[in-house]
Design a protein around this ligand. Sequence first.
Ligand code: OSB
Ligand code: MG
Length: 394
Amino acid sequence: MNGIINRRPAGKDGTLGSDPGMHLERVQLREIELPLKAPFETSFGITSRKRVLIVRIFDKSGASGYGECTAMEQPFYNHETIDTAWTIISKYITVMLASKGVSKASDVARILAPIQGNCMAVGAVETAIWDLEAKLLNKPLWRHLGGTKDVISCGVSIGLQKSPEVLLEKVALEVESGYQRIKIKIKPGQDIELVKAVRKEFPDIALSVDANSAYSLDADAPLLQDLDDYNLLMIEQPLSAGDLLDHAKLQRLLQTSICLDESITSLRDARHALELDACRIINIKLGRVGGHASARDIQEYAELRSVPVWCGGMLEAGIGRAHNIAMSTLEGFSLPGDVSASARYWEKDIIEPPVTVTSQGSISAPSAPGIGYEVNEKYIDQLTKRSEEILFER
Ligand code: OSB
Ligand code: MG
């Protein structure tokens, strides 16, 4: 992975020290559209093509960092959309960063804290600034974040399928590829039968289910209790995002661990969830929690409480995927994430090389500076549907 063009020259002694002396100059927003190889169906809808908002932030030295907004096109996973994120970034985030001045990536989350919600908009920018800072320091982002693992464990998330037979074929393919954990999507009417079918065929795999908030405690507790018979690693987000109390009641009724995804948007949410015993595992997504600093805080807190965390996915293109890899190298990420090969999603990814997974179901953290993958600017230009450039002027 040579040819990182935006590298800053080293100082007199040949090093950059730990203060990169960052001076933000401008932000470039671009929306691209990428067709998924296969539609991805969850309890909240079907995604066939991904509209992706890419953030590129330039330093006055000419260096730049990349972030990817993980908001979906529609407000069904959470309240954000790619369009709301665009507005929040261009009208508010850029103005706030310009007026406060950013000298360190670790300050960005605090500067943007007055923004309520909209974590995916914040996260897109915050992660770009971390990439920029790591590049200015000439360091791989994962090391800059304090990551300790140079190899991460990978699982896959398999969407709802036309039939149990098709699902079994998909599971077989991913198990053969070496993935260390298989997660299947469930929703009311497509749950127990699917789990039963997969377990019958694959009695020993690490298996979990993800409901994306499709159930309610009142109506579905008995059904969710029946899942205890299938030795699942976890049941991910069975109830609504705001239902911490009901998740706590449900966890008391289950042997299987609940893992929260949509419910956790901050360290505060994580603390509330663990103090309430609403879950025993946490899925961390960079966008949902507002970026690297918040993700790092949450994994650290969970680790102190001996609660395992793992890196979730939002069908990311390469930039988001590279940030997920960096985050997954942090110590607390002890379970396989939904961080899988680019080729599962895209004919051609926007980074080079694409993310590949070994036959042991692992990814090696890259050694190049920043996110550690080359961004294919030419390809992004070809895919761009709209763009906007904003100067950081004080
Ligand atoms: O709940 O984890 C989820 C995809 C889109 C939105 C929400 C989720 C997912 C996935 C896919 O499960 C994870 C991935 O492969 O990127
Ligand atoms: Mg999920």
